[in-house]
Write a protein that binds this ligand. Sequence first.
Ligand code: AMP
Length: 621
Amino acid sequence: MTEKPSKAMPVIGIDLGTTNSAAATIIEGKPRLIPSPEGAQGILPSVVHRPAGGGTVVGSTAEAAKIAMPESTISAVKRSMGSDVTLALGDETLRPEEVSSLIVRELKRWALDYLQLEPAQKLEAVITVPAYFNEAQRRATKLAGELAGFKVDRIVNEPTAAAMAFGLGRADEDARYLVYDLGGGTFDVSIVETFSGILEVQASTGDSQLGGEDFDWLLVGWLAEEVRKEHDIDPLEDLRAKALLKQKAEETKKQLSYDEKVELVIPLLCFKDDEPVGLTRTITRSMFDEMILPLLEKTMEHVEDVLSQAEAEAADVTHVLLVGGSTRIPRVKEMMTERFGRPPRDDVHPDEAVALGAAVQAGMKAGLIGSDTLITTDVAPFSMGVAAMQHQPDGTMVPDRFAVVIPRNTTIPATRTNTFYTLAPGQTAVAIRVFQGESGWVEENHYLGEFSLEGLPLNFAEQEEVEVTFAYNLNGLLEVSARSPKNRREMSISIEDEFDRDSQEAFLRSVQRIRDLEMDTPSTVPGSTVEYEQPELPNLFDDFDDEDGESSPAELMEETRALLLRAKAILDELDEPSRADIQQCLQDCEKALEEENYDILEELADRLFAAIMDVELEDDA
Ligand code: AMP
């Protein structure tokens, strides 16, 4: 297939990281990092600062302000994404997604400059998230992109993106990658398989609250204790001293990746009785390794977990890919080398791989990279289900059990239906409470939302059926519906996080807050001079579809190939006539794909999807 110039809106890939962020695009068929207009390397520190004169600055200027003005500087906002906290930025209070949107907006400025586009040019973005991000965290990320004025086309899992960057050009190799991604605030590990041009995520797990920041704070804790012992004061009570310790701890940590020992000198940390207090300590690599060992062991437990989920042995892994700044820690490389019996790949750039992979996804969407080069399928990183009563062998009923509808590691997109029953005689309404997680008890899982289905026909206890359907899309976003098969009453929700951040009003309030912040921006500070642009309202009911609701040819081909893969996977298990039906659909689709006959491909792909769904629903029933 030849490369076709894209008529669509330019699409860029964005890695919105805890410590650093980056954007990338496709140039001459290859992903490239977007540099800043000021000529800096394409890595943007994810730090936002509000100068005394007003406005905001993002990036290294903001990072430099962190020590002197910690109360008007925010870093590591990714760790709060999807939560209900508000963050103080000088005289303003912002939600995490609003802070993140300022970071994304700075990357947009870089992209517009690099691609020589007008400021008014509409851009689409593919943004990455840790595979282990939950619904609320994904939605907050999407919103951050929209608040920055992007049409957020696709949310992609970070390890998938890293594997795509590595796998581009290697897709014909039959291989298994283990992607170990340890960044500033999150840890992800995935097993990805490539075969015949297909890149398939087999399993994913991790911890959205574990990363290099934790290593820094462990070192800060140790240093603070040394100050307490020596001077009998707590430096952590002083915001400025705390920020200074954090900065020195991170510098020391990074240096220890290259040197066996580091001399840490802070001539002036804080004051005690108007006398200056300083700190000098020598820290060795082995001291640091010991401090962080429990956290590294936790990551190795996840490695074992992902191997067993993928039913793979260490020997089955062809390439170990290390992604994220914290994988520069020598102990991480050693542990992985010990576990896999060979060193990880050294040709993966830990800071760039995710953004480059996001650009590959963006390029496929824009038709800049042939979708026959690489097809990806991803999995649901959590189980999703509803709260239900459970029968015990002794006849009693236990409430608040977790009934799984879509199990973890199901290939997505996925639609599953389970049938539940009313509890009491004459019951005409049921509450559908939706959760994600792996515990058998709903209170130990993550609550996603709830709704009720009313108007059920009268019936005896435990006799009236309610079908609950979960549809989980490629972006990891969930729709749940409940239906009475008897009277066809139906209710559905697109799961919004519990803080209602998706509502149009909340969106407009955020837009206003950011606009107010920017109105008094001083024009001399780099990174703060972008003209404010009114972002478009997101269409809350049409997640991630094109504006016209149609897929581009490249997307359609990608989707169809993923469907073919799924159809082939189930074919052998089918009985007639389902088997013959799907076989026919499959052949028709393959023919249309080969002939690039998009006019009929969409209809055939829909038919194939419906046929697969029928089979999967029957299996579930
Ligand atoms: P990321 O989120 O991938 O940008 O990773 C950022 C994290 O990597 C931060 O916690 C950094 O302190 C950490 N990091 C960057 N370089 C190094 C290094 N040389 N050694 C240890 N950690 C590092």
